[in-house]
Design a protein around this ligand. Structure first.
Ligand code: GLA
Length: 403
């Protein structure tokens, strides 16, 4: 008898095991898949590189942290203050990395403590090769030692670059540092900066929380950087990052690079497009400007809470382009609760009328929903089956449609 029961139980277990998996993953399953349970929405913060490059020092970082609080950015969700390249001094006699004593005379631990005291988190930069892109010591051969040092300093976020790596295998190099960070005893977001060369979206889901998908951003709407052939204007990055939408999700994001909003190379309309597109693509929102000295136009873009909410939507699905006709595009991003964000984008040099229809949005005209204009910050009425607007050159209109 008991043998029969056992057989029946085994059969039931086997049936359960072979049954089709549930369609929707539970949050816990998503967390288990992520490299460390962090960054369940795209990371937000500031990174020193786009504005300060190698001229970063401890005063700049303190001023930025202060300004992130006083400008309202911290309270809008910008969390990580990340020092990019060129903070490093030499390794000491035991191989431990030190800070550049001229630029960071108080040391990194004191600076991290200061950033934490402002209610923010602290990030730093290294490289999988012998040298960083700026020629400072990289982490190759020192991975566990560096991760331990970062943990001792109170680092919450590591950006890990790919210069001077020779014939290193990217998958192996990033997995090694991911392991070192996990073993460091501190929760550290892992930002992979491998420029998409080894297609990390195919293998890094359990390795990094975000991975760059392209070369560096150039502060321009569509012009190539005359000096750096590995850099791309904003719209070129969009075109490379957009097709990768299936690979993004909670804990592991396609990183379209740090923002250029406020750095002077684009018009206010173009910066609104840049910010909106990054939010539609669920890209990390890392401001890259001089926060302590930004003008009102820059502030109003970076602090558009309606657009930030689209980027940070907890469903974590990257939006994509659903319609294109020449310079006119319609983008859609599904939201938690069943709503949609919709972007009308005009790449052209003249104003253009763009219409998003029920078919493109996957919303029948009969669905009862409200429409909010996310740049005018106004509710504009009920959903009637389409949205149409005249869009300025290089501009966008962005809406949230939800019941
Ligand atoms: C590379 C990265 C940039 C920046 C610089 C620093 O170019 O892609 O984002 O970190 O290195 O040297």
């Amino acid at each position: 008898m008991s043998r029969i029961v056992n057989l029946m139980v085994s059969a039931a277990v086997a049936a359960t095991l072979t049954a089709a998996p549930a369609l929707a993953e539970t949050t816990q399953e998503v967390v288990n898949k992520a490299p460390n349970g962090l960054a369940l929405t795209p990371p937000m913060g500031w990174n020193s590189w786009n504005k300060f490059a190698c001229d970063v020092n401890e005063q700049t970082v303190r001023d930025t942290a202060d300004a992130m609080v006083s400008s309202g950015m911290r309270d809008a969700g910008y969390q990580y203050v990340v020092i990019d390249d060129c903070w490093h001094g030499p390794r000491d006699a035991n191989g431990f990395i030190t800070a550049d004593a001229k630029k960071f005379p108080s040391g990194i631990k004191v600076l991290a403590d200061y950033v934490h005291s402002r209610g923010l988190k602290f990030g730093i930069y290294s490289d999988a090769g012998r040298l960083t892109c700026g020629g400072r010591p990289g982490s190759q051969g020192h991975e566990y030692q560096d991760a331990l040092t970062y943990a001792r300093w109170g680092v919450d976020y590591l950006k890990y670059d790919w210069c001077s790596t020779g014939d290193r295998n990217a998958q192996e190099a990033y997995a090694l540092m991911a392991d070192a960070l996990r073993q460091s005893g501190r929760e550290i977001v892992f930002s992979m900066c491998e420029w998409g060369t080894a297609r990390p979206w195919l293998w890094a889901q359990n390795v990094g929380n975000l991975w760059r998908t392209t070369g560096d951003i150039f502060d321009s709407f569509s012009a190539k950087d005359p000096k750096r052939d590995w850099a791309h204007p904003m719209t070129a990055i969009v075109d490379m990052n957009e097709p990768l939408w299936p690979y993004a999700g909670p804990g592991h994001w396609n990183d379209a690079d740090m923002l250029e909003v406020g750095n002077g190379g684009m018009s206010p309309a173009e910066y609104r497009a840049h910010f909106s597109l990054w939010a539609m693509m669920a890209s990390p929102l890392m401001a890259g400007n001089d926060i302590a000295h930004m003008d009102e136009s820059t502030r109003s873009i970076l602090l558009n809470k309606d657009v930030i909410a689209i980027d940070q939507d907890k469903l974590g699905v990257q939006g994509r382009r659903v319609w294109k006709d020449g310079d006119r595009e319609v983008w859609v991003k599904p939201l938690s609760g069943g709503g949609r964000a919709v972007l009308l984008f005009n790449r052209g040099d003249a104003s253009a009328s763009i219409r998003a229809s029920a078919d493109e949005l996957g919303w029948p005209a009969s669905v009862r929903a409200n429409v909010r204009d996310l740049w005018a910050h106004r509710d504009v009425g009920r959903w009637t089956g389409s949205i149409e607007a005249t869009i300025e050159p290089h501009g966008v209109a962005m809406f949230r449609i939800a019941s």
